[in-house]
Structures are given as C-alpha cells and as structure tokens.
Ligand binder design. Structure first.
Ligand code: SF4
Length: 299
C-alpha cells in the first residue's frame, strides 16, 4: 500500500469518526466507551452516556473522553451493539458505522425533565413557557415544525393556532387522529416577533428533539416548512425542491412538505401537500401490512 493511499485512508477514517462523534454529541453523548473484544470476535459493545449536545472540538482531541458542561444533567442511553466492519481497510474493525438512530431507554418525560425551565439559548427571554413536543409516545408518525407562535406560547402546546387547526385536518385527511401522532418543533420557545430561529438557536435546542425521536422511534417524520427542514436534516436544500420526496434521518423516513401557516397564506399549495401526505399514508399502510402488526396501546 502506497503512503498516499494510506494517508487518504487515515484522512477518510478521521472524517467518518468526526461525523459519527458529532452525531453522538448531538444526542447528548458525554463519552463513548468501546469494550475490547476478549476473543477477537467481530463485534464491539459501545456504551453511550448522554448529557451534552455539542462536543465536536473535544472529540477532535480525544473522542473517548468528552466532558459536558455542568448545566447539562447526565442521562444514560441504552448500550447498543454494533457489528464491526469487515477487515477490508487499514484499520479493519475500527471503521465507524454509518450514523443511525440509537435506541434510547429515555422517555419523553425524561427529556422534558432535562429541558426544565430552559435558558440555554436567548429565546428563553421572550417566551411565556417552553412548548414541548406533544402527542402519542408510541406514535408511528411525527410532525416537526419550526418554533411556537403566539397561541402555542400562551397554551404551552405545539400547533394549536390556526395553522395547528389546519394540521389537524391534514392528519384526519390521511385517516388518523391527532391523538395518534406526535407533534413538535425544532425550537421550543417563541422567537420574538415570530422571526426564524437562528442557526445557533436551532443547534442548541435540536438535541432535545433528537432525543425525543430516539425515544419514540417513529416510522415517518413529516417535516413542515423550510426552516424545520434545514434545521432537522442540516441541509441547504429548499422545501420547494425536496417536498414530496422521502429523505432519510438516521434510518427514519422523512417527508418534507409545506408548513400549514404557508398553506393559510397560499391555499393553492394544499394540493401538493395532500400529494405528499398521501405518500406518507401509503408508506405507513404498506408497513402495517408487511409487518401485520399494530403497535400495542396505539390509539
Ligand atoms: S429554544 Fe430550546 S434551547 Fe432555547 S431556551 Fe427554549 S428550550 Fe432552551
């Protein structure tokens, strides 16, 4: 193997490791412990301890020892078992896995308790209350918007204003009840003047949403509008370009579509939204038929 190819492989490996560490830290990883395989089998037990949303810089130095700031309480996420990669690279079984959604032993209440009376970003200053995700903790379908508005800020629940009423109609149009699904936002505090949350504000709040998604493991997430799309998937694509096309969020199908507030301003877009939601309905129906299961306790 030439020194150039070795250098390239090391560079790719470090890039992959950095990306994986970023994913873990967004879930609040405090540190990652890789258990040695005593008999040389091809699997490694990886224990993830959550607590802080962003330790990329620390991971660059030592990804096995990432310390959270004091304000993030430590919580434990269930250990995951990850098959190592085949021995086809310089580092063989050290090659990190593709990012995927970790199973979590947390409940939504655990996440909300951690959020508490949050002051982690500047949006806390103008809000009345934190608006947490709301709905069925066993939901197969989740909706994610941008941030609370005035009605949501007053009532403490997401999507309860006019846009929320339209969202309820959309949910019912695909044969479901609002009580069956989970509804939330990337940011949980109302931005002043209903402005868009900044990238920094979204990055600070987003790990809580990721932890909720890991706890619930919905089959499909419908992401509503441009800002939510960009902040959930960390993409620069616009909603008009990607709506109606399933995307991937760490192994979970994501359907981008227009925000109900936009549909109130431009009702002509309802037709496209309906087409998008039919794809979601058909996908969920297909899953239900192929698995021949209905989740227990689902309403
Ligand atoms: S928007 Fe999120 S991070 Fe910012 S204060 Fe509210 S709950 Fe905390």
């Amino acid at each position: 193997m030439s020194s150039d190819s070795t250098a390239n492989e090391i560079s790719e490996l470090l890039g992959s490791l950095r990306e994986h560490t970023k994913f873990l830290s967004e879930l609040g990883a405090e540190h990652v412990e890789v258990a040695e395989d005593p008999v040389g089998e091809s699997s490694a037990a990886v224990s993830v301890v959550t607590g802080s949303p962003n330790y990329e810089a620390a991971a660059d130095v030592n990804p096995k020892a990432i310390s959270p700031p004091d304000e993030f309480p430590t919580m434990t996420t269930r250990a995951a078992t990850i098959k190592s990669a085949p021995q086809d690279t310089l580092f063989g079984d050290l090659k990190p896995p593709e990012p995927s959604l970790l199973q979590s032993s947390e409940t939504l209440e655990d996440v909300w308790r951690d959020i508490g009376d949050c002051t982690r970003c500047g949006l806390c200053e103008g809000r009345t209350q934190v608006v947490n995700t709301h709905g069925n903790p066993k939901a197969r379908l989740m909706f994610v918007g941008e941030a609370p508005g005035a009605d949501e800020d007053a009532q403490g629940k997401p999507f309860v204003g006019r846009a929320g009423q339209l969202l309820t109609k959309i949910i019912e149009a695909i044969g479901m009840k609002r009580e069956e699904v989970l509804i939330g936002n990337v940011n949980r505090c109302r931005p002043p003047g209903n402005r868009q949350p900044t990238l920094e504000e979204a990055a600070i709040c987003r790990p809580f949403l990721f932890r909720e998604i890991a706890a619930v493991q919905p089959d499909v997430i419908v992401v509503l509008g441009n800002t939510a799309l960009r902040n959930l998937l960390e993409t620069r694509e616009g909603i008009t370009r990607v709506r109606g096309q399933f995307q991937n969020f760490r192994g979970i199908k994501v359907m981008p579509t227009f925000h109900p507030a936009y549909l109130l301003r431009d009702p002509s877009k309802k037709k496209e939204t309906w087409e998008d939601l039919k794809k979601v309905r058909d996908y969920l129906d297909g899953l239900r038929q192929s698995q021949s299961i209905t989740r227990p306790d689902n309403i």
